[in-house]
Design a protein around this ligand. Sequence first.
Ligand code: ADP
Ligand code: MG
Length: 219
Amino acid sequence: MIETLGVAFAYPGGQRIRFNDVVVEQGGTLLLRGPSGSGKSTWLALVAGLLTPTAGLLRVASQDMAALGPSARDAWRARHVGFLPQKLHLSDALNVFDNLALAYFAAGVPLDRAAVTQALSALGLDGLGGRKPMQLSGGQAQRVALARALLLHPRVVLADEPTASLDDAACATALQRLQQSAQACGATLVVATHDARVLQALPQAQVLGFHAVAGGVAP
Ligand code: ADP
Ligand code: MG
């Protein structure tokens, strides 16, 4: 479950962004819709505890975010949030298997090698564990990032513009995979997008609207 009430945020020297309130039940799907620069990525960072709101209440998977100090927040995020950032943040210094293993180290959970192998297999990535991320296609890299995000059965999966570089067929498949994977572990799924195709592919999703920030400039 995700619940926000009166949440606002301002980057240093930037406009104050005031977010609409929302309640998403555990296991539900939420789309963040709005133009580039309207605050969708910022909302994801707030829910992930990467940024602290300047006002308002944020409850994520029963956790009041304001109750966590910085290091508790890092531990909480590693354990309960599966994050699929727009840039995938796979390490090219590590092979695919070790990129997944990182999720365990970050969360302070003992490595389960069989679970890593199984997670790769579930996403059609058998035999790719020894490759470096740069030796994967774009679609394979995205599935590796998804496998890593889901590995510890997070309560919340946050995907930032997951369809930005995909054609129509790949877009529909990727969204189905994302939703099925999140549902299989009972996670609440949030997809931030300015891609109109996402709404068609996930018609039953709840929608949170974002509006252009006055004077804002898209990064
Ligand atoms: P979206 O994801 O909808 O494109 P963002 O959340 O990235 O929107 O950005 C919202 C607003 O905050 C924009 O005006 C953007 O320029 C600004 N912004 C985003 N990231 C930063 C940052 N790190 N520092 C300062 N301003 C930022
Ligand atoms: Mg964004």
